[in-house]
Ligand binder design. Structure first.
Ligand SMILES: NC(=O)c1ccc[n+]([C@@H]2O[C@H](COP(=O)([O-])OP(=O)(O)OC[C@H]3O[C@@H](n4cnc5c(N)ncnc54)[C@H](O)[C@@H]3O)[C@@H](O)[C@H]2O)c1
Length: 268
C-alpha cells in the first residue's frame, strides 16, 4: 500500500498537463487549479489571444503556464499540441479534453455542416487529443490521466434545440469507458466529468441567444434554479476541483467513470 500524505497526493510538482479550451470558462478554472497544485500547463485553445492572456495571468512570469493556438477539431493540431507540450515541459502526464461548443439549433433545421462541426469539436476532438496524448504517455512509461468534459445532457437533455450536443456528449461518455479499458494496461486512467448548468462565457452567450427567442435571462435562470436542489447555478471552480481530484493520485483506483457535477439537477 502507498503511504502518500494528503499533501503529496495533491502535489502536482513535476506533472505536465494540457487543457483544451483553457482560455476561459471551466477550462480556465481547471488551468488555475492545476497550476496552483504545482503542475506545468499548456493551454490549447482556438482563441490564441485569450489563451496567451490567461497563461500570462496565471503563470505571472514563471512560464509554468504556456499557450498554443490549436483547433480541437483538427487531428493534426492534436499531434502538434502533444509534441509542443513535451518539448516545452519534458512530458505529458495529464490531458483535460475540455473544449466544447453548444450552439442552439433545432433538429429540423440543423444542417449537415453544423452536425459535423459539433461532432468534430465535441467528440472527434476528444478522441484525437486523447490518442496523441496517450502515445506520449505510453512512450514515457509514466502512465497518465485523461479527463473528458461530458455533460448531464448526455443522459438527460437539459435544453431543447441541442440534439447534436446531447449526441456528442453521449459519445464522450462511451469513448471515456472504451479508452479506459484499452489504456488501463499502460497505467493511463480515463474518466469524465458531467457538469450541469455552470456560469461561463459560453453559458452566458447561450442564455443571451435564448433571450432573442423570447425567454429573458432572468426567466432562464429561474427555470434552472427551480431544478437545482443546491439552490445555485455552478461556478467553473465547482468543476475544476473535481477535475483536480481525477487528475490526482486521490483517484488512483478510478477509471472509466463519469462524475456528475450538477448541483443535484438530475435528481428532479
Ligand atoms: N457551461 C456549462 O453549463 C456546461 C455544462 C455542461 C458541460 N459543459 C462543457 O464544459 C466544457 C467547457 O464549457 P464552457 O462553458 O467553459 O465553454 P466556454 O464557451 O465558456 O469556453 C470554451 C473554450 O473553448 C475554446 N474553444 C472553442 N472551440 C474550440 C476549438 N475548436 N478548439 C480549441 N478550443 C476551442 C474557446 O475559445 C473557449 O476558450 C465544454 O466541453 C462544455 O460542453 C459546460
Amino acid at each position: 500500500m502507498t503511504t502518500q500524505s494528503i499533501g503529496q497526493i495533491f502535489d502536482f510538482t513535476g506533472k505536465v498537463a494540457v487543457v483544451t479550451g483553457g482560455a476561459m470558462g471551466i477550462g480556465e478554472a481547471i488551468v488555475l487549479r492545476l497550476a496552483e497544485a504545482g503542475a506545468s500547463v499548456m493551454i490549447a485553445d482556438i482563441d490564441a489571444e485569450a489563451a496567451r492572456q490567461t497563461a500570462a495571468r496565471i503563470s505571472a512570469g514563471s512560464s509554468k503556464v504556456k499557450a498554443i493556438r490549436a483547433d480541437v477539431s483538427s487531428p493534426a493540431d492534436a499531434i502538434k499540441v502533444a509534441r509542443a507540450t513535451v518539448k516545452a515541459f519534458g512530458s505529458l502526464d495529464i490531458i483535460v479534453n475540455n473544449a466544447g461548443v453548444y450552439p442552439s439549433s433545432p433538429a429540423v433545421e440543423t444542417s449537415e455542416e453544423m452536425w459535423n462541426r459539433i461532432l468534430s469539436i465535441n467528440l472527434s476532438g476528444v478522441f484525437f487529443y486523447s490518442q496523441a496524448a496517450a502515445r506520449e504517455m505510453i512512450k514515457s512509461k509514466r502512465g497518465g490521466k485523461i479527463i473528458n468534459l461530458a455533460a448531464v445532457a448526455a443522459q438527460h437533455p437539459m435544453m431543447v434545440d441541442q440534439a447534436h450536443y446531447s449526441a456528442s456528449k453521449g459519445g464522450v461518455v462511451s469513448l471515456t469507458k472504451a479508452l479506459a479499458l484499452e489504456l488501463a494496461p499502460h497505467n493511463i486512467f480515463v474518466n469524465a466529468v458531467a457538469p450541469g448548468a455552470i456560469m461561463t462565457p459560453g453559458g452566458i452567450a447561450q442564455a443571451a441567444a435564448l433571450e432573442a427567442k423570447g425567454e429573458s435571462l432572468e426567466e432562464h435562470t429561474m427555470r434552472f434554479l427551480a431544478r437545482l436542489p443546491l439552490g445555485r447555478v455552478g461556478e467553473p471552480d465547482d468543476v475544476a476541483k473535481v477535475v483536480l481530484f481525477l487528475a490526482s493520485a486521490a483517484s488512483d483506483y478510478i477509471t472509466g467513470t463519469v462524475v456528475t457535477v450538477d448541483g443535484g439537477y438530475l435528481l428532479s
